[in-house]
Design a protein around this ligand. Structure first.
Ligand SMILES: Cc1cc2nc3c(=O)[nH]c(=O)nc-3n(C[C@H](O)[C@H](O)[C@H](O)COP(=O)(O)OP(=O)(O)OC[C@H]3O[C@@H](n4cnc5c(N)ncnc54)[C@H](O)[C@@H]3O)c2cc1C
Length: 395
């Protein structure tokens, strides 16, 4: 096959959800030729309780997308209630940095994809990346081989780019294809089951902790509340033969009996279950490639920080790649700086998450971990607020 001009791009981004779509958006706003690929059709839901932390809201506001998200019916989260056993404390966000939001992924991900498209990125859904292409002599990554997701063999296509970005999630094919080194591997993980419930008003996020259990309520689009329960992976695996509905009800009755009671009579959506996986953080760059989002750094969902990580690192990476393409910095210098900043901001969150996801705590030992997490998130949000990327308002 001889490549045509159309087969060459500045950047190919693999994975069109929060990490990939945001990275493509910011690169396209810089005038770069970006191809964004995803194996799924557009607009599908995905596993996620979709709560945004402060850093994510800061990013969406800086990129000019928060108003649209609100216009799409995403309700403000004005309070955060923490319940430790039977104790309860409430934080009023209206007195602080303002509301948070928890958009359904069917809302947030397409919003980012459409913003990337509007900024000039080419977007192809239903296109599976099969493998990375490398220069046979230098080993540098030069592109990817794709095929239509529903297509037969023989439809393979070679696409070339100066940089290939893997935003293809925890099990990233790009990370495996480039032999990305794992720099941190957690040992513990928690399982999570959640469902969307109608007619369950809450004033905001509720995070509920009891030894061996977590739970929460997250208000979202369509007047629904996402209700989740968590427990160590080992317990979930022991009990899942009971059926996911039964495990959800049991865990919720133990973690928050009054919520379980309220839920009993309400219209409830299907349960989504996730057995859990220990954290995996990879070195996120090499010659011709980079990783962003869960592909580069996956942590347990119990701290609801994956989307925030993705939106933070999308901009750090987009700035690095832009500097390289404008000859403002050598590749290794720019991508090492991206790596260092990702780790400086992100690793404290991964460490605290690992400890919380272990469920190896009682309520007194849980507190220092939550405090550490909260401090790391404040540092992150402060950093993002002062970030002076030229891509931000170039819509
Ligand atoms: C149960 C659960 C609850 C969670 N709750 C929260 C929460 O409340 N708040 C929060 O911030 N985070 C939460 N997370 C984490 C969050 O969902 C992830 O961190 C986030 O989805 C990562 O985004 P991403 O873009 O990196 O990857 P993904 O969302 O995994 O997207 C990767 C994309 O790549 C595509 N892809 C993969 N392979 C290929 C291929 N070979 N070719 C083409 N395309 C490919 C996939 O189709 C997919 O669309 C939760 C996670 C789980 C499992």
């Amino acid at each position: 096959m001889s490549p045509t001009d159309q087969d060459h791009h500045d950047i190919i981004v693999v994975g069109a959800r929060v990490a990939g779509a945001a990275t493509a958006l910011l690169l396209a706003r810089q005038g770069l030729d970006v191809l964004l690929l995803d194996r799924e059709p557009p607009g599908l839901d995905t596993l996620s309780t979709h709560a945004l932390m402060r850093g994510a809201v800061v990013q969406l506001a800086r990129w000019g997308l928060l108003e649209e998200l609100i216009a799409l019916g995403t309700p403000p989260v004005e309070h955060v209630v923490f319940r430790y056993g039977d104790d309860r404390t409430s934080v009023d966000l209206r007195d602080r940095a303002g509301p948070l939001y928890a958009p359904r992924r069917e809302v947030l991900d397409p919003l980012l994809v459409e913003a990337a498209r509007a900024a000039g990125a080419t977007v192809h859904h239903a296109t599976t990346v099969e493998r990375v292409l490398r220069d046979p002599i230098s080993g540098r990554v030069t592109g990817v081989v794709t095929r239509p997701t529903s297509g037969a063999r023989g439809w393979d296509r070679e696409l070339y780019a100066r940089h290939v970005i893997g935003a293809d999630g925890r099990t990233s094919k790009i990370a495996r294809g480039v032999d990305a080194v794992v720099q941190h591997r957690g040992t513990a993980s928690g399982a999570c089951i959640y469902r969307h419930v109608a007619e369950l008003p809450t004033s905001g996020y509720e995070w509920i902790y009891r030894p061996g259990l977590g739970a929460g309520m997250i208000p979202t689009n369509g007047g629904r509340t996402c209700v989740w329960v968590g427990a160590p992976t080992a317990r979930f695996l022991r009990e899942r033969h009971l059926g996911i509905d039964e495990v959800f009800d049991r865990l919720l009755a133990e973690a928050a009996p009054e919520v379980a009671e309220r839920l009993r009579w309400l219209p409830r959506g299907r349960p989504w279950g996730y057995p859990g996986h220990p954290s995996v953080v990879r070195e996120p760059w090499g010659p011709g490639w980079a990783l962003v989002g869960d592909a580069g750094a996956y942590r347990d969902p119990i701290t609801a920080h994956g989307i925030t990580d993705a939106l933070r690192d999308a901009e750090l990476l987009a700035d690095a790649i832009t500097a390289i393409h404008r000859d403002e910095a050598p590749e290794a210098v720019a991508l090492r700086a991206f790596h260092n900043t990702r780790d400086r901001l992100g690793m404290p969150i991964v460490s605290a998450t690992d400890r919380i996801a272990s469920y190896d705590w009682d309520l007194s030992t849980l507190h220092p971990n939550l405090l550490e997490l909260s401090e790391a998130m404040q540092v992150e949000a402060r950093f993002l607020r002062q970030l002076a990327s030229s891509a931000v308002n170039a819509a």
